[in-house]
Design a protein around this ligand. Structure first.
Ligand code: F6R
Length: 609
């Protein structure tokens, strides 16, 4: 989604803004722009497409000034063209915005009736014009911004810059995150701490409804009620090497490769003396799974598939019935919530608008709100009773990889602790499962050896128009995750099905042109999956079988391509089988030459509905 940066600095702002915007590129965007104030004069440059276009423009039409704001836009209102790109400017004010102003049409009509005209189709231009209107009424820049923000409905993070004000920036947050970075006689603003990483480690996250007035040496924050607010300044040790490609061609390749190392950290943080140790709540209390009769899991996209795997685990291992839904449906479904229900939200970013709205639906209804997040400072984490961090580190590739396997790992740790508390496993089985969890980083490392096979097969997959993925039990969500990964970065149409569901319709798609990728660890359901595979092969379908050596041998002849996985305990198969799902998508996208890290139309953190 859109990225915001801002600087009140000691050096020329334009290059600092462009570099900071580069660190937000991963969020997805289709145009970019900056505005600066130089000797009181406000000016801006905007360009469609990648940041390099903005940089080129700045070479020919430089922007001087040590104060500025910048933006990468992911189009919502109006197509990605220069007119719609941010910053939006009305004569004495420039604004950058992340989110959606829901009442912008009413505001636009109101301003049009007052004689103001608009040049873009965006909701954001209304914000700039409204602020200018208040300036024209004689309000100070600060008050004009405050009055404007008070008129807005919807979700937003905003930064305002004013003509004649070299040492002033006004920012506001409602629904979309915003961080203030404190420098030495400098002040920075960013959509996240990654944008500010090389500039400062001292970060203050704004709370919902906060409005802040910044100068180079001061920050005044007021809360939603207009009261002065004291927000904690944290020192964030974000290592900038975590946000570079580290020699890999793509962030996605790096993030796939670093999973053994990352999982080692995640597993270690959920173990203490060989037993599962879950984080406690703000009061220091441990979660009590014996008080929970039902669990509702809500998430979007890949995080939803992690939740869908966890449903199998919670039900089979901890005997907790689970309802699961995608957040965009759940939030409007108005489901009744029975007593002793806990709600669990899974989100890498912790800012996904639909997931956050679903959480807010459940807050007054559920006994307890749990979240599995990668960003502990995120809105979803802050509004949860218990937060389970996944410790994946910044995930920059738009396609989620290491966050998915870390989410699964944390969910599995939660399931094992739930099973212990509820007595659903005997001691020996529980100990064996915990031990299996500790083997995960090593097993992940061995699984990465499928790289060469994946590359060869993907060269063929790249020619396909449609691809099916099949799986059973906890591997069914993996089939859907494999299909999602493939379609989002290679743009090949793909669908994931439960193997047993194939003959109820999708088998009609099968012919010699359609590769069918079967995720089949040698678990209790393996023979059934092989039968479904035979049905595909009997119709000329091209099977890519992902299984261990014995499984591949047992499947017999007729399989088109094979991916040999290490033999593994059934418990962790869904985590390990994420690797072929990720790699086949990655290598296919590379073979097609698509933009792997920033696929078209996609945003990393979906902060609008
Ligand atoms: C797919 C992908 C998305 C996200 C989804 C939820 O690779 O990354 O489907 O999983 O947008 O995002 P978070 O986890 O940030 O809530």
């Amino acid at each position: 989604m859109c990225g915001i940066v801002g600087v009140l600095g000691q050096h020329e702002a334009a290059p600092i803004l462009v570099e900071a915007l580069k660190r937000l590129e991963y969020r997805g965007y289709d145009s970019a722009g900056i505005a600066t104030v130089n000797g009181g004069a406000l000016d801006r440059r905007r360009a469609v497409g990648k940041l390099v276009n903005l940089s080129d423009l700045l070479v020919h039409q430089p922007l001087a000034g040590k104060s500025g704001i910048g933006h990468t836009r992911w189009a919502t209102h109006g197509e990605p063209n220069e007119r719609n790109a941010h910053p939006h400017q009305a004569s004495h004010v420039a604004v950058v915005h992340n989110g959606i102003v829901e009442n912008f049409k009413d505001l636009r009509e109101e301003l049009t009736a007052k004689g103001l005209s608009f040049e873009s189709e965006t909701d954001t231009e209304t914000v700039a014009k409204m602020a200018q209107y208040y300036l024209d009424q004689g309000l100070s820049p600060r008050d004009a911004a405050e009055q404007t923000v008070a008129r807005l409905e919807g979700a937003f993070a905003l930064a305002f810059l004013f003509q004649g004000e070299d040492d002033l920036m006004v920012v506001a947050r409602k629904g979309s995150p915003l961080a203030i970075g404190h420098g030495d006689g400098e002040m920075f603003v960013g959509s996240d701490a990654i944008a500010l990483a090389p500039l400062t480690h001292k970060i203050t996250y704004l709370d919902e409804g906060d409005f802040a007035v910044l100068t180079r040496n001061s920050v005044e924050i007021r809360d939603a009620k207009g009261q002065l607010a004291n927000r904690e300044m944290r020192t964030i040790q974000l290592d900038t090497t975590q946000v570079d490609k580290g020699g890999y061609k793509h962030f996605m390749a790096k993030e796939i490769a670093e999973q053994p190392m990352v999982l080692e950290r995640t597993v270690a943080s959920y173990l203490n003396d060989g037993a599962i140790a879950l984080p406690r709540n703000a009061e220091g209390a441990a979660i009590d799974f014996t008080q929970i009769d039902r669990l509702t899991i809500v998430a979007c996209g890949t995080a939803y598939y992690a939740g869908a795997v966890a449903k199998y685990w919670f039900e089979q291992i901890a005997q907790i019935p689970v309802e699961i839904d995608v957040a965009s449906e759940f939030r409007y479904r108005e489901p009744p919530v029975s007593p002793r229900t806990a709600a669990l939200f899974v989100s890498q970013s912790g800012e996904t608008a639909d997931t956050l709205a679903a959480l807010r639906y459940m807050t007054p209804r559920a006994d307890c709100i749990l979240s599995v997040v990668n960003v502990p400072e995120s809105s979803i984490a802050r509004e949860s009773d218990f937060v389970f961090p996944i410790h994946a580190g910044p995930e920059i590739g738009v396609a989620s990889t290491k966050a998915f396997t870390c989410q699964l790992t944390v969910l599995l740790a939660m399931v094992l602790e739930a099973a212990r508390q509820r007595g659903t496993l005997d001691d020996a089985t529980l100990a064996h499962h915990v031990e299996t969890l500790t083997t995960l980083p090593g097993m992940m490392s061995r699984t990465l050896n499928i790289g060469t096979a994946s590359e060869k097969i993907s060269a063929k997959l790249a020619e396909a128009r449609d691809i099916l993925f099949l799986g059973r039990g906890p591997l069914f969500p993996l089939a859907m995750e494999g299909a999602l990964k493939l379609k989002e970065i290679s743009y090949i149409h793909a669908e994931g099905y439960a193997s047993g569901e194939l003959k109820h319709g999708p088998i009609a798609l099968v012919d010699k042109q359609v590769p069918v990728i079967v995720m089949a660890p040698r678990d209790g359901l393996f023979d059934k999956t092989v039968s479904n595979m035979q049905e595909v092969m009997a119709r000329g379908g091209k099977i890519v079988l992902v299984s261990d050596a014995v499984g591949l041998a047992e499947a017999g002849d007729g399989v088109w391509k094979r991916v040999e996985m290490p033999a593994c305990d059934d418990l962790i198969a869904p985590i390990l089988y994420a690797i072929p799902a990720q790699m086949l998508a990655y290598h296919t996208a590379c073979a097609k030459g698509t933009d792997v890290d920033q696929p078209r139309n996609l945003a990393k953190s979906v902060t609008v509905e």
